[in-house]
Design a protein around this ligand. Structure first.
Ligand SMILES: [Cu+2]
Length: 345
């Protein structure tokens, strides 16, 4: 076993760039380990309120690309931060981690798939073995992170150890293929998705239709402070298909958003190709001042297409996709106009 494991344990170095990204396959445990770093994570001054923390103060690292090494399905991840001696670094200094799949388009947007995102409060995610996100060996992935270190101490050399769990392509029965689903009330691809929140109650929504039918088997959401709820509705009837309420404290600061697991074997929430749907974000601002560009509202989950062959094709030359690529690859202009767009759950 050890020889086979050793032979199968590939170590791939990310092509180009100063990053020391290492990808290692553990074929016995069905895990892919991605190690990035070292990163210098300076201490930041504490910020009043959570909104500042949410965006302006998170420092994004440059995108680092790597190739996904195995055929199969991704079914979860674990995140750990360590120093050069292997000692744990507090997980909360990692504000967000985004993994992008440059080999596939999103369902609703001509933009690259966000395989997953993890925030400071996101627990490790592990799906049951009956479901997974299909990935082929060689699929071009990329990742970036944002630091937010309020511990008061600098961490001079932090390594991110991202463990991805996968199911091999020969598993019987094969898992159900589920792909990321993302719908935002205000996404400009390659730009920002934030918007202003006026005093009082306000809603913002975006309508869409799907190129392929399927079912949502899980859905979470993301709101900033003063956020009240997110809804997924049928546009013509206004019928609510999913409602995600924010957990808020007495000042309206959002502590989290509900998450629904509609089941893997069960029906999930059926969505049909060609039907108009609407994602709605509801805010209630108790102050008498608008909060400028202070809000975000989106849902993110897992979608099982009825036919994966009908998934929309990636068109590398489409203007939206080029904008997305430019923003992800950085460059000062793109970085200014495009703070991170986080995708969960
Ligand atoms: Cu946000």
């Amino acid at each position: 076993v050890s020889l086979a494991a050793a032979l199968l344990a590939l170590v791939l170095l990310a092509e180009g760039g100063p990053g020391q990204l290492q990808v290692t396959v553990d074929s016995a445990r069905h895990e892919v380990l991605v190690v990035a770093g070292p990163f210098r994570v300076p201490a930041m001054a504490p910020m009043p309120g959570h909104q500042m923390m949410d965006h302006a103060m998170a420092q994004d690292t440059p995108l680092e690309r790597f190739g996904w090494p195995v055929d199969g399905w991704a079914r979860g991840f674990r995140v750990r931060l360590v120093d050069a001696e292997g000692r744990d670094v507090p997980r909360r200094v990692l504000h967000h981690l985004i993994v992008v799949n440059f080999g596939r388009r999103q369902l609703l947007y001509p933009a690259y798939e966000r395989l997953f995102g993890a925030g400071a409060e996101t627990d490790d995610v592990v799906l049951p073995k009956t479901v997974g996100v299909p990935l082929q060996a060689g699929m071009p992935l990329g990742m970036y992170l944002g630091w937010h270190n309020e511990t008061g101490a600098e961490f001079p050399g932090v390594y991110l150890r991202l463990t991805l769990l996968w199911t091999p392509s020969n598993q019987v029965p094969a898992p159900v293929s589920a792909l990321p689903f993302y719908a935002d009330v205000n996404l400009q691809i390659g730009g920002s998705n934030t918007f202003d929140v006026p005093p009082g109650r306000s809603t913002r929504s975006w309508e869409f239709s799907l190129p392929v039918s399927g079912r949502l088997i899980g859905l979470g959401g993301h709101l900033h402070d003063y956020g009240e709820e997110l809804r997924l509705e049928e546009a013509s009837t206004g019928k609510t298909l999913s409602r995600l309420r924010a957990r808020r404290d007495s000042l309206g600061q959002v502590r989290g958003v509900e998450r629904h697991l509609y089941g893997v074997a069960g029906e999930g929430r059926r969505l049909r190709a060609g039907v108009r749907y609407r994602v709605v974000g509801v805010y209630r601002n108790p102050t008498d001042e608008s909060r400028l560009r202070g809000a975000m509202a989106h849902v993110a989950g897992l979608f099982v297409p009825s036919d994966l062959r009908c998934w929309p094709r990636l068109d590398e030359d489409a203007p939206d996709l080029r904008r997305d690529r430019a923003a992800l690859d950085g460059g000062s202009e793109a970085a200014d106009s495009a703070p991170h767009v986080h995708h969960g759950p």
